[in-house]
Design a protein around this ligand. Structure first.
Ligand code: SF4
Length: 434
């Protein structure tokens, strides 16, 4: 590293979309002769890429900001930039709340990160459209070397009543299919084997191609062995998409399909635009066409007006559908969303109790589902050495389960292996070479 080369540090909070935004900001800064460092202490610029999906994520950011403030006291030349959803939400007000912050940049403006950090008291925000970002080719600095995240669209039009994302990331705009395919062709040249297509609602992707057509085109790319995508909205899960998932051999047998509640009344209040029965029918269709598919979901416990009966319907749904895994959270009111103004807020303790019940039940279900895999053959894509045990390699099955296999000659990152599942644990599988 040259002495005069500027150094940056990025702290990323939140979802895969934010993780990928950080990869893009890093790519832009690297191509402008900046260098990433692994500690904020060594940086000239610290970027906090924030998340405001839940209150907890926001608290985490503000406590990190406090630590960076202390660092700036010791190092007055340090530049601090706040990016991501909190930046978009609070905008210029962040300068008032934290006068030591130099720049604020919204998620729709990350392509302007280099220019933004050249200034102090600079806020770079856009509200509404994602046209500019969707049409801008950005260099990406990925730290992974087997599996890559690829944005196919930006923003969301759905306005689920609890969600801040449409307010912070603007309306949907899909990238041109040609640009996505060129990016993936470039990834194959670097040795990537798997792509995860990213969007707030990937199955409403629409350019010259719709989402199933885009999957079919990516499936033709030599060098890519696996295609994943996240997140899908149940209302947009079409028969055409299920058909492609079944036919395109590189599309993995895993779908993350957020249910949120088993009560149709609560789904209505959430503005999810489907009933529990419609959701269950789609799952049935998926399993009929792709019997080995793993389905995971998101659940919100304690949404306003959720009665014991509504909660019991969610518990029933978990038993009926038997998900491979869930992400469950307690309702967290987000300022600016419709749900934050709703009557019938659930007592915090009741929300916590319901959440715990959901998590306990799902743990049992996940264990049973994983046990069913014992003795089966699975294809594993090796991602690297196990972080906890250097005698093992870890990878993922096509159904997105983490499995570990003992080190052996010839096993290396990026290899597709057939393995036999010997033992199922709650969150991982132990395997041996088949
Ligand atoms: S689909 Fe709903 S939950 Fe997902 S980002 Fe859009 S508004 Fe938020």
């Amino acid at each position: 590293m040259r002495d005069e080369q500027k150094k940056y540090y990025i702290a990323t909070f939140g979802c895969q979309m934010n993780a990928h935004d950080s990869e893009k900001m890093a790519g832009i800064l690297n191509s402008n002769d900046y260098k990433e460092v692994s500690s904020p202490k060594d940086a000239d610029v610290v970027i906090l890429n924030t998340c405001s999906i839940r209150e907890k994520a926001e608290h985490k950011f503000f406590s990190e900001l406090g630590r960076i403030k202390m660092l700036k006291k010791k190092k007055p030349g340090l530049k601090i930039a706040v990016a991501g959803c909190i930046a978009q939400q609070h905008g210029e007000k962040l300068f008032k709340r934290a006068s030591f912050v130099d720049c604020v940049i919204g998620p729709q403006n990350i392509y302007q990160i280099f220019d933004t950090i050249q200034h102090t008291n600079r806020f770079t925000l856009t509200s509404g459209g994602n046209e500019a970002i969707a049409e801008t080719e950005m260099p990406v600095f990925r730290k992974t070397d087997v599996s890559a995240l690829v944005n196919i669209m930006y923003g969301c039009n759905n306005f689920c009543s609890y969600c801040i994302v449409p307010h912070t990331r603007g309306r949907e705009k899909s990238r041109a299919s040609k640009s996505i395919i060129n990016e993936i062709l470039g990834l194959t040249q670097k040795g990537y084997k798997e792509v995860t297509l990213l969007g707030q609602n990937v199955n409403s992707y629409m350019s010259d191609l719709d989402f199933p057509e885009l999957l079919a085109e990516i499936n033709k790319i030599d060098g890519i062995s696996r295609i994943r995508f996240v997140t899908s909205h149940p209302k947009d899960l079409s028969e055409k998409l299920i058909k492609i998932m079944k036919e395109a051999e590189k599309v993995c047998e895993h779908l993350h399909l957020p249910l949120q509640s088993g009560s149709t009344k609560i789904l209505g209040l959430m503005n999810r635009k489907y009933s529990y029965e419609e959701y269950a029918l789609k799952v049935e269709l998926l399993r009929k066409n792709i019997p080995q598919i793993a389905i995971t979901t998101d659940i919100i416990a304690g949404f306003p007006q959720e009665t014991d009966y509504d909660h019991a319907l969610t518990v029933k749904a978990l038993k009926e559908i038997s998900f491979d895994g869930i992400f469950a959270f307690k309702f967290s009111p987000r300022k600016g969303t419709a749900a934050a103004l709703m009557e019938g807020r659930i007592d915090m303790a009741v929300g916590s109790e319901r959440l715990q019940q959901i998590l306990d039940l799902q743990n049992e279900i996940t264990e049973i589902k994983n046990k069913e895999l014992e003795g089966t053959l699975q294809e594993l894509l090796i991602e690297g050495i196990d972080e906890k045990d250097s005698r093992l390699y870890t990878g993922r099955t096509r159904t997105n389960k983490i499995a570990a296999v003992p080190k052996a000659d010839g096993i290396q990152k990026g290899l597709l292996l057939n393995v036999l599942i010997k033992k199922a644990n709650r969150h991982s599988l132990d395997a041996v070479l088949a």
